[in-house]
Design a protein around this ligand. Structure first.
Ligand code: ZN
Length: 478
């Protein structure tokens, strides 16, 4: 092959990779998954299974190698990898290269079960085309794009020349956890997924009350506070100020890198955090140190400065302990949290007591409400499937319905109407004009309209039609 030709797309078969992994670990081989594709495992939430495949995304606790040996991990946060242990042997885990390193080095998952996939480069897995794009969440976090071939001989799939073997795809986008940013619209792989069959969406902050500033604005605030307090405490009567930043094991590294760059300070971390940073390739940056005496900016665990859920409760006692242990006379803490009730009242809330102050900074690696709506508006999918929430694991849950209503008017309404119509035909056609059954397409023009608030309204009728939570569909008179 000449160098000018594009590289051939990698084609993988999970069951082959899986048996190779088993044999390299001297484990007995397994025959390929034998369960039928549908119905899937009853315990498996629909938000974790890509339709018409055996692909399970962030669903390791539902693993069953009789159904699937093809698992996808969007990023290295524990609520997404629950079920993974050093004894994992249920299937191949597809993920980004950073996540692959974290899985092996931090979680001790046997290397043969991990298959890293490149960013923005399609790969065929079990016959479907799979691509990874950046999720703007923690390091290594990706969104998965799936192009799934569907039955090409079904009626209506003929091309203009009458061939009935045209390959048709269903397209699914799984965001994992993500923070939308405008650059995502320029991602060439994504343009193909405008009008996708479904978007599995990170709905962590899917409510109008969840509006928070950009990451840049929040970082500016933190840097500004450090610079101001450092400036005030220079000279003779200066207090010896310790700055504490609360973080998880992974995530929010951007804040630390920016504090270091703009305040010209190193960042102290403990050895566990340093081992994670070294997997991320950040140990060599010179930004971080495990020597406490080298800097007055120290990273602490998430709950050291106080509990954040359901509202913030500061832990000044702990701060006092840290202050005297480390030999300082004032402590300024930062809690970069996604959203709290305090943030609703005051964008940058501060709690103070004696020589202590805690800044609650709305810094999120999840999309806020407007960003979620902007992404859905751009993608205009046929439907949105929420992946985060109280009750999203039940397909018809009231909670899932409520979330979907936030995207009414942004999804492909025609597709919704068609599926709504099919629901009508299944659930009792007597309420629909008889001609609908003979000619569903022409009947769509007279079909209920999806309003901004998510209700479906019949234009020539006095009935309001709503998507119900229990029965699927119901009609209520007004
Ligand atoms: Zn996450």
């Amino acid at each position: 092959m000449s160098s000018s030709e594009p590289p051939e797309t990698l084609s993988l078969t999970s069951s082959v990779l899986y048996n190779t992994a088993l044999s390299s670990l001297s484990l007995p081989p397994q025959s390929p998954p034998s369960h039928p594709l549908t119905p899937p495992l009853s315990s498996l939430p629909h938000s974790k299974l890509i339709p018409k495949t055996r692909f399970i995304v962030d669903g390791f606790k539902h693993s069953d190698s009789n159904f699937s040996v093809s698992y996808f991990l969007s990023h290295f946060h524990s609520d997404h990898y629950t079920g993974l242990t050093p004894q994992w042997s249920k299937g191949i885990i597809y993920c980004s290269s950073i996540t692959a390193r974290l899985l092996h080095q931090i979680l001790k998952i046997p290397q043969p079960f991990i298959f890293l996939l490149p960013l923005s480069q399609p790969v065929f897995i079990d016959g479907s085309e799979v691509s990874l794009i950046n999720a703007n969440h923690c390091p290594g976090a990706v969104q998965f794009l799936f192009k799934v071939p569907v039955d090409s001989k079904s009626k209506g799939n003929d091309d203009s020349e009458g061939n009935n073997n045209v390959i048709k795809f269903e397209k699914y986008l799984h965001t994992g956890d993500f923070r939308y940013c405008h650059e995502m619209k320029n991602e060439t792989m994504l343009s193909e997924f405008v009008g996708a069959d479904a978007v599995f969406l990170d709905t962590t902050y899917c409510h109008p009350k969840f509006l928070f500033p950009s990451q840049e604005e929040s970082i500016d605030h933190i840097v500004g506070v450090i610079q101001k307090i450092s400036g005030e405490n220079e000279g003779e009567n200066a207090k010896n100020v310790l700055f504490l930043v609360a973080t998880y094991v992974i995530g929010k590294e951007k804040i630390l890198m920016e504090i270091s760059r703009r305040c010209k300070k190193k960042i102290h971390v403990d050895s566990r955090k340093m081992s994670v940073l070294s997997v991320l390739g950040l140990e060599e940056s010179g930004v971080f140190t495990v020597d406490e005496s080298k800097t007055d900016v120290h990273v602490v665990g998430w709950n050291v400065l106080g509990e954040t859920w359901p509202y913030f409760r500061p832990n000044f006692l702990k701060m006092k302990e840290v202050m005297s242990e480390r030999g300082y006379s004032k402590v300024v803490g930062f809690v970069p949290t996604g959203w709290t009730y305090e943030v609703k009242r005051n964008k940058f809330a501060v709690r103070t007591m004696d020589s202590f102050e805690i800044h609650l900074v709305p810094y999120s690696e999840h999309s806020n409400y407007n960003e979620l709506r902007e992404y859905v508006k751009f993608l205009k999918p046929k439907r949105v499937i929420p992946t985060v929430g109280l009750d999203v694991e039940k397909i018809d849950s009231k909670h899932a319905d409520t979330m979907q209503k936030h995207f009414a008017g942004l999804v492909d309404e025609m597709a919704i109407k068609q599926e709504f119509l099919m629901g009508f035909l299944r659930h009792g056609a007597q309420v629909v004009d008889p001609k609908v059954e003979k000619d569903p397409v022409s009947a769509l023009d007279n079909f209920p309209v999806l309003e901004d608030d998510g209700t479906l309204c019949a234009p020539n009728c006095c009935n309001d039609v709503e998507v119900g939570s229990d029965t699927g569909i119901f009609i209520s008179s007004t």
